[in-house]
Write a protein that binds this ligand. Sequence first.
Ligand code: NAI
Ligand SMILES: O=C(O)C1=N[C@H](C(=O)O)C[C@H](O)C1
Length: 249
Amino acid sequence: MLEALVIGPRGKMGRLIVKSLDAAKNARIAGALAPKGAEYVGKDVGLLCGLGKEIGVKVTDDPESAVRDCNAVIDFTFPEVSIEVLKYAVKYKKALVCGTTGFKKEQREEFLKASEVIPIVFAGNTSILINHVYRILEYLAKNVGEFADIDIVEMHDRYKKDAPSGTSLEMREVLKRILPEKNVNIHSIRGGDVPSTHRIIFNLPGERLELTHHATTFQCFAEGAVRAAEFLLSKEKGFYTMKDVYGIS
Ligand SMILES: NC(=O)C1=CN([C@@H]2O[C@H](COP(=O)(O)OP(=O)(O)OC[C@H]3O[C@@H](n4cnc5c(N)ncnc54)[C@H](O)[C@@H]3O)[C@@H](O)[C@H]2O)C=CC1
Ligand SMILES: O=C(O)C1=N[C@H](C(=O)O)C[C@H](O)C1
């Protein structure tokens, strides 16, 4: 059974992950970790996250005991927080789902290194459809990429801190694996309350293909995160992606 620790339960994603865990059949919320001294430390996680009921688990700001008392950690926060959480996950040998974006190269490498000790899903986008889009991009890159001008346009709400989005960087990585010399520009727009939109444009003389994914709510990401944590329970150490979780071959 999944006994998950949620990092940042008052965040946009943290709150939805708590809800998805509560709705999942074989899962329990083992804990929720808040920033040191947050005014809601000690509150019931269910009440804090809008489940409309107490679940008998209190929000803590002690990462040591929180990580120790779970079997998987789900973290959608900030790079510096995620690096700290990673250290505790390694110390207590716990599975980790990291959905945070905006890492520097050296920080990403710390996750790779840690995966020699613990199982990790590292994913800039946990939605099922986006992970199928990556597969479609491989096909297009192989078959028409050489002749096309390729651009990625991503739109998010005005509160998103990082740009370009983690998803657009993953998309470019997928394309560059097949077309290492290709210049793929990412155009980032931040505004209003747009949840998440990614458009990949293949421009050829005389014709154009636009592939667009819209997240209409953030629920798809939260459900993907819970699915990733469930997936990791049966896994040994290793670095996994959502392609592994969704069985996309
Ligand atoms: N991989 C994916 O599919 C998705 C990834 N994201 C990424 O998830 C991250 C979080 O996004 P949002 O939920 O929108 O941000 P948010 O700002 O709403 O939430 C972040 C939370 O982290 C908490 N936090 C800060 N310091 C902390 C600490 N020391 N210990 C524990 N918690 C701490 C804050 O209190 C806040 O509640 C971003 O990097 C975003 O890009 C967002 C959606 C989907
Ligand atoms: O809203 C966000 O923040 C999101 N972040 C991820 C990213 O950076 O790609 C995934 C999704 O786009 C939502």
